[in-house]
Design a protein around this ligand. Structure first.
Ligand SMILES: *Cc1c(COP(=O)(O)O)cnc(C)c1O
Length: 401
């Protein structure tokens, strides 16, 4: 009898997202274990020399070396691809390994990239520093305006690269409009979907070609491991991404893959509850602080667009107080919420991007993207939101707000 397997797309095709998150990608060993097995092995053995030769020649299915394949890692890749609605997925050691691989695998000297200027600090470093070093020109634009992508595109433009909502200013990009512009011009759209995850937003439904993830954030969701992922067509993954990653080796460890597999089982529950909590906390803060940047609140200039593209607002938002002194004082007054630059954790965490995640971005670029000296970013966790609100309330009082 054939064992039901979450890797058989004829079986998983009928499963809904919550089912895929728990069972998608599972492949059972001869022991029939219910929970996914953790395969800590760097290599594989062969029954005969001919089998080894056949596997290396690609004539026989099977694994050869864990830089290239691992059963636990493969389960995670299948599961993420199914949740994303993508033909294929490959995981990486970190989100930044995923972003670096997805860009370098498809670009060469003379190419051009248009990127959203509001972005995670290291993503901006790739665009501003790394790519130009290899003769790849880049233009950063206000990604809230789809026309800005069209205006910046040149004959040599190969990639549009952006995140939505963007870290940390919560700029929202019109996925359909921007991906349409890319399609018309034969440009590949690459979306960093770390904030929303496929549980809330599936960019490919709006025409995105490739999605890339820091799985460190909501996918693990409990602040334990670093991981990354890239999703795309079978052709892109096999013929463009894999030659780069197989030989450069930004491979995800089996242990970290296993942790993220466990994380995905509860992704939908966590992200929906954290979105509700973030909405409650955002409503409390509005009016109390200088400015709110919260895609779930009607005061966000792109609230309608965000809610059209996303199933819920997600756990992360930003807000502004007067200046760096007040922002740091507010952080120092917190008793429950941790001062931490991570996001997507089940704990509430707050950071001052200008002095942490975006410290390495030039002051000029920070100004352009709206990372002001008074900006704070909050990840709302799974605590009772009333406790988070009480903590913020007492901290705000201490700094005179
Ligand atoms: C955290 C983050 C990254 C980088 O991911 P790591 O797992 O920390 O390497 C990239 N993009 C966005 C939007 C992020 O939030």
């Amino acid at each position: 009898m054939k064992r039901r397997t979450g890797q058989d797309r004829s079986i998983t095709a009928d499963w809904r997202p919550a089912t895929l998150a728990v069972r998608g990608g599972t492949a059972r060993s001869e022991f029939g274990e219910t929970s996914e097995a953790l395969f800590l092995t760097s290599g594989y053995s062969y029954d005969c020399a001919g089998d080894a030769a056949a596997r290396f020649a690609g004539e026989q299915q099977g694994m050869t070396y864990s830089r290239l394949q691992n059963p636990t890692v493969e389960m995670l890749e299948h599961r993420i691809a199914l949740l994303e609605g993508a033909e294929a997925c490959r995981t990486m050691a970190t989100g930044m390994a995923a972003m670096t691989a997805v860009l370098l695998c498809q670009l060469q000297q003379g190419d051009h990239v248009v990127a959203g200027r509001a972005a995670f600090g290291s993503c901006r470093w790739l665009v501003d520093t790394l790519l130009p070093k290899f003769g790849i020109a880049t233009t950063t634009i206000d990604a809230r305006d789809p026309q800005a992508f069209a205006d910046a595109a040149r004959a040599e433009t190969k990639v549009f690269f952006f995140e939505t909502p963007a870290n940390p200013t919560m700029d929202v990009v019109d996925l359909k409009a921007v991906c349409d512009i890319a399609r018309e011009r034969g440009i590949r759209s690459v979306v960093d979907n770390a904030f929303a995850t496929p549980a809330l937003q599936r960019p490919m439904e709006f025409g995105a070609d490739v999605t890339a993830y820091s799985a460190t954030k909501m996918m693990d969701g409990q602040g334990r491991v670093l991981a990354g992922a890239v999703c795309g067509s079978e052709d892109f993954v096999t013929n463009t991404l894999l030659p780069f990653t197989r030989n450069t080796g930004p491979t995800l460890s089996a242990f970290n893959a296993w942790v993220v597999l466990k994380g995905l089982e509860t992704l939908d529950l966590r992200i929906r509850r954290q979105s509700e909590n973030a909405l409650a906390v955002g409503r409390f803060l509005e009016g109390r602080v200088k400015r709110m940047l919260h895609p779930g609140l009607p005061s966000h200039p792109q609230h309608d667009l965000a809610m059209r593209q996303m199933d819920a607002c997600g756990p992360i938002f930003a807000f502004e107080v007067e200046d760096r002194v007040q922002a740091h004082a507010l952080l120092d007054a917190l008793a429950l919420v941790d001062i931490s630059n991570n996001i997507g954790d089940s704990r509430s965490l707050m950071t001052h991007p200008a002095s942490t995640t975006h410290y390495g971005v030039s002051a000029e670029a920070r100004g352009e993207m709206g990372v002001t000296e008074g900006l704070l970013r909050l990840n709302v966790g799974l605590e009772d939101p009333a406790d988070v609100i009480e903590d913020l309330d007492q901290a705000l009082r201490q700094v005179g707000l």
